[in-house]
Design a protein around this ligand. Structure first.
Ligand code: GLY
Length: 350
């Protein structure tokens, strides 16, 4: 896979202009959702070529599906897109995931650029080449590894992002802290995402995305070390799925934060993660994300969600665990009893 360039932008229109100059293309397609069409497109439109083609889709993860993808393919095809066309995805993870997959598959693949507009998309979804859609009731069931040519990060977008979405994206940053080094982890615990200092956030975002970049460079197709990026996600996805099933959906990052609590406990149990660092991280998560209520009657359902996670290669549940901050242990499996103990810990601690 060719390497993507991640550009931290000070003046978005200028940075985008330079990125466009480096891409040879015959026609530019700009994909937005209805929100980013209204709020974000005006910030970049001045530097786009006159003949740019706009494609707008409905917002929200529920539209990250085959129907929306077919709509985008249709627009690309009907408006005479070619193999040399360029796609610009402007939006959150839904737009960059679906737009990236549309670009990866149209005419067997066209070049694309991502401009993420949410914190979650900046530090995670838009970088690293994972593209796809939800299918058959399963998240990201269909997709491809296909990196953007450029990812443009402009943290000015975050000034108008709501508090819940800042906290949600911050959970992926906390994950990057835990899998990298103690200094960065401590810095993240000392930052208050509820009252963000945007200059400090900009530099944290830059460090965060470079942690992801380094891991993806070593293992773009998730055969080994990239599994570190799944830390907190095995339990996190189970919480997310249960919440959805119970009609009380929670943002992805909140579920990941709660998943981190579980998987740090499992890390203490199995790989000797230090108890004081568990305590400090749990405290931060409790204060920032509150908790997710469930009782022991839901343990079996949560366990079932974990066993169906697509990261499992057998019946055992696969986890990435930590022996310390930055000391990653991939391919750790746990059985039903340990998982139930982990859920007991979560309910006691939170
Ligand atoms: N979101 C995890 C990854 O990109 O691998």
């Amino acid at each position: 896979m060719c390497k993507q360039e991640i550009l931290l932008s000070e003046h978005l229109a200028e940075t985008l202009g330079k990125a466009l100059d480096k891409c040879a293309y015959d026609k530019l397609f700009v994909l937005t959702d209805e929100h980013t069409h209204e709020l974000c497109l005006p910030l970049v439109d001045t530097c786009l070529p006159a003949g740019r083609e706009l494609i707008t889709i409905a917002p929200g993860d529920c539209h990250k599906n085959l129907e929306t993808l077919a709509y985008v393919w249709n627009e690309l095809s009907n408006r005479k897109g070619t193999r040399r066309s360029l796609m610009l995805n402007l939006g959150g993870g839904m737009v960059t995931d679906l737009g990236g997959f549309a670009a990866a598959t149209f005419k067997r693949g066209i070049t694309y650029i991502n401009i993420p507009t949410t914190l979650l998309a900046m530090v995670d979804a838009s970088a690293g080449g994972k593209t796809g859609i939800n299918f058959n009731g399963l998240k990201n069931e269909i997709g491809a590894f296909s990196p953007a040519r450029f990812v443009l990060l402009d943290t000015e977008f975050l000034r108008s992002l709501d508090d819940e979405n800042i906290r949600s994206g911050y959970a992926e940053m906390l994950k990057h802290g835990l899998i990298s080094n103690t200094e960065h982890w401590a810095e993240l615990l000392n930052f208050d995402p509820a009252r963000p200092d945007y200059d400090a956030l900009r530099s944290l975002v830059s460090r965060s995305v470079s942690i992801k970049e380094r891991i993806v460079e070593q293992d773009p197709r998730e055969k080994g070390i990239r599994k570190a990026l799944n830390f907190g996600h095995t339990a996190g996805h189970a919480f997310e799925s249960l919440a959805l099933e119970q009609g009380r959906p929670r943002l992805h990052g909140y579920a990941v934060a709660w998943g981190i609590v579980c998987e740090l406990y499992l890390s203490c149990l199995r790989t000797g993660f230090p108890k004081d660092k568990l305590r400090q991280t749990v405290q931060f998560i409790k204060e920032t994300y509150g908790t997710f209520d469930f009782d022991c009657k839901q343990y079996d359902r949560l366990y079932e969600f974990m066993t169906h996670d697509k990261k499992n290669e057998s019946d055992a549940v696969n986890f990435t665990l930590l022996a310390d901050v930055g000391d990653i242990r991939i391919n750790q499996t746990a059985g039903r009893e340990e998982i139930f103990e982990m859920l007991d810990f979560y309910r006691e601690a939170m």
